[in-house]
Unconditional design. Structure first.
Length: 195
């Protein structure tokens, strides 16, 4: 497995806001074609127990939807594998989604980027980025553990569960929640003709 590559497996989440389409990719442990309860295969979790891929994905999307406005939605999820670090990514399973955001935050969301920063068991950095994030009316100061929302803690808990197979970009288990940073994404600002 290559550090910071997309092997051996990853999951791509396609979502959209009122302003445009976006994607995020989360690494996983190696994917297995046999399903348990769903139809998207499975993983051997960090604890060594089997976990159904579809159930794991549905649980994570449920924790992520609170960071999208009701005008946003998760649309599609795709499981990829890579046989070697230099091999092409192979699509293994696809599922259409229609999971609408539930955030009640007012204020600005257009071109706002929220980056959830984590560390793995070997202190490697990994992150999850939400675009067109409903920032509300607060400031843009970095949030640390004393100011994490219940939703942010629930998201971290889901990613860090030893009974799941989510991984950091260094192919180790996520186990520390470091911070949440909010900023304006300049590339989005240009594409939205805001700048």
């Amino acid at each position: 497995m290559t550090e910071y590559g997309l092997d051996p497996a990853s999951i791509r989440f396609d979502y959209h806001s009122a302003f445009g389409p976006h994607t995020m990719i989360v690494k996983t442990l190696p994917w297995l074609p046999s399903s348990i309860t769903g139809s998207m295969g499975s993983y051997v979790s960090w604890s060594g127990a089997p976990v159904d891929a579809e159930a794991m994905i549905d649980d994570l999307v449920d924790k992520m939807k609170v960071f999208l406005n009701p005008t946003s939605s998760f649309d599609l999820v795709t499981i990829y594998t890579k046989a070697t670090p230099t091999a092409l990514s192979v699509v293994e399973a696809i599922k259409a989604l229609a999971v609408v955001g539930t955030s009640a935050a007012g204020g600005v969301s257009k071109a706002v980027q929220a980056t959830f920063n984590f560390k793995t068991t070997i202190a490697g950095n990994t992150k999850l980025v939400f675009l067109d994030y409903p920032h509300g009316t607060g400031d843009f100061d970095k949030q640390t553990f004393t100011s994490f929302s219940a939703g942010a803690i629930a998201l971290f808990t889901e990613l860090a569960l030893v009974t799941n197979a989510w991984a950091g970009r260094d192919n180790h288990r996520i186990n520390t929640f470091v911070s949440v940073t909010n900023t304006l994404n300049e590339k989005l600002r240009k594409s939205y003709k805001m700048a």
